[in-house]
Ligand binder design. Structure first.
Ligand code: UFG
Length: 320
């Protein structure tokens, strides 16, 4: 297929673009490099630098079989401080993309949605049938886009899939996480192991969980990317389907730090800090639907493998 990958210079987008090229697809990446890196665009892709809302229309006029839409603002904290950046950057851009797809008859869309659409769940594991009640602007904007996709599927025959990611981590060879402002747990802990930070702060140890720290479902970025390829094949005209992507196993912040200690051999000092605003206690996915309908089976579900791949990438990126 000829595919447009928005945000293909970012973390998840670059891994997915690499997998698409490996699978023999023709890939065009569009990215404004606001958070991505030009050197992260995989070999074999055509790269167009620009804002999706401005360039998607003319690009799609060339004729594409589908779009994988990763380009987005994705910091929960920032979305609460500057909601306009998220409503414009995520929702307005995606609406323009949907219109451009309709205008040019692009048949398929696979979208990066998020577990943040669910907010504080009533029960875990979380199924796609759980009520979406986002507790932050980031999650609200992603949910709005999911809903717009459902409308375009129903009214215009779009074949649409929203993939709701849980906590993405790990790396795919030379493609990994390189955020200018790092807020995610595993890369932060690895920065401590590298000596770039003195310690990791544990945001609260009084949560209603077994060891008192927050529980999350970590998924390897390569497994996540593979679900996109399956979703592309599964997408049906006139249907919008949502799939949760996680391993179905929760790890606490303390367990993640312990695993990083084992993988790196570094003591990794940690200190308990106040809770972070907006954090749910536990988020674990039920990915039964993806397993049954997409035939998706994660290949690297072990946390030690996920951390090991992130560690190898970090050391290679810094040449240490
Ligand atoms: N944490 C710490 N210390 C840190 C960083 C994180 O204790 O220095 C904790 C957080 O409080 C949380 C856990 O580690 O309990 C994981 O935090 P991350 O920031 O790595 O990830 P989140 O669970 O907050 O967010 C992820 C995605 C979001 C998505 C969300 C869905 O990064 O994009 O899952 O709930 F919205």
């Amino acid at each position: 297929m000829k595919l447009l990958v928005t945000g293909g210079a970012g973390y998840v987008g670059s891994v997915c673009a690499a997998r698409l090229v490996e699978a023999g697809h023709e890939v065009v990446v569009v990215d404004d490099l606001s958070t991505g890196h030009a050197d992260a665009v995989p070999e074999g892709c055509r790269f167009v630098e620009g804002d999706v809302s401005e360039v998607a229309g003319s690009l799609l006029g060339e004729g594409f079989d589908g779009v994988l839409h990763f380009a987005a603002k994705s910091l929960v904290g920032e979305s609460m401080q500057d909601p306009a950046k998220y409503w414009h950057g995520n929702v307005v851009t995606s609406l323009r993309l949907l219109e451009a797809m309709r205008e040019h008859g692009t048949p398929r869309l696979v979208f990066s949605s998020t577990a943040a659409t669910y907010g504080e769940p009533d029960e875990v594991p979380i199924a796609e049938t759980a009520p979406p009640r986002p507790t932050n602007t980031y999650g609200a904007t992603k949910l709005a886009i999911d809903m717009a996709m459902a409308s375009y599927a129903a009214s215009h025959g779009l074949a649409a899939v929203s993939l709701r990611y849980f906590n993405v981590a790990g790396a795919h060879g030379r493609f990994g996480e390189r955020h200018a402002v790092e807020t995610h747990l595993i890369p932060i802990v690895l920065q401590v192991a590298l000596g770039q930070r003195e310690q990791v702060q544990i945001y609260g140890d009084d949560w209603p969980t077994e060891d008192g720290t927050c529980v999350r479902d970590y998924i390897h970025v390569t497994d996540l990317a593979d679900a996109h390829l399956l979703a592309l094949d599964r997408a049906k005209p006139g249907e919008h389907v949502v799939y949760n992507l996680g391993n179905g196993t929760g790890f606490s912040v303390k367990q993640v730090i312990d695993t990083c200690r084992e993988v790196t051999g570094h003591p990794i000092p940690a200190a308990v800090a106040p809770r972070r605003e907006g954090d749910p206690a536990a988020l674990v996915a039920s990915s039964e639907r993806a397993r049954l309908e997409l035939g998706w089976t994660p290949q690297r579900p072990d946390l030690a493998d996920i951390v090991g791949d992130a560690w190898a990438f970090t050391r290679q990126a810094l040449r240490v």
